[in-house]
Write a protein that binds this ligand. Structure first.
Ligand code: RP5
Length: 181
């Protein structure tokens, strides 16, 4: 059976992942099976109040959609693209080849090779076509990196990022204090 991912993609997503209004960040992934990992990026964007859209775009199963999506993203107002894929993870690199926008790649952990296949597929880009690759499965950092890209022109987000960092520090301090008590 041939999967019609273009048709099912948006309907298949949880309600809070449906495309929003005037999204600034696109979170895309090769398969719906990547969503549990990519949800962490969505959660960060929600936390920072950054409008986002989520979609399934597969380099191999929906190549025409990949081309159309990548080529139109900048003109639709998207500023950063987060792309997650597993195995022969060609999505982030192919997107980067067809957009001037920054692309953050998330290597999805696989059952056969623990995501090392995804990592190497995404990180080893040729000179001239960058993908900012995060650690295997670390979609949280992809979300944070996207917010940091936006920080360059958004002082409000920069303030929130500093608050986020301070909160992390305080959480670590509190844990140390408990250990030492
Ligand atoms: C990749 O193949 C996807 O990004 C996913 O990580 C992997 C497996 O996809 P499914 O077979 O679960 O749809 O394209």
């Amino acid at each position: 059976e041939i999967l019609d991912l273009e048709r099912i993609s948006v309907d298949a997503l949880p309600e809070d992942c449906r495309p929003g209004k005037s999204p600034l960040v696109a979170v895309i992934m090769g398969s719906q099976s990547d969503l549990p990992t990519m949800q962490d990026a969505v959660n960060i964007l929600k936390e920072f109040g950054v409008p986002y859209e989520v979609d399934i775009v597969s380099a191999h199963r929906t190549p025409e959609k990949l081309m159309q999506y990548s080529r139109s993203a900048a003109s639709r107002g998207i500023q950063v693209i987060i792309a997650g894929a597993g195995g022969a993870a060609h999505l982030p690199g192919m997107v980067a080849a067809m957009t001037p926008l920054p692309v953050v790649g998330v290597p999805i952990k696989t059952s056969t090779l623990n995501g090392q296949d995804s990592l190497l597929s995404i990180v080893q880009m040729p000179r001239g076509v960058p993908v900012a690759t995060v650690a295997i499965g670390n979609a949280t950092n992809a979300g944070l990196l996207a917010v940091r890209c936006l920080c360059a022109s958004r002082p409000d987000l920069r303030d929130k990022m500093e608050e986020y960092q301070l909160n992390m520090k305080e959480a670590v301090d509190a844990t140390s204090e408990k250990l030492l008590a």
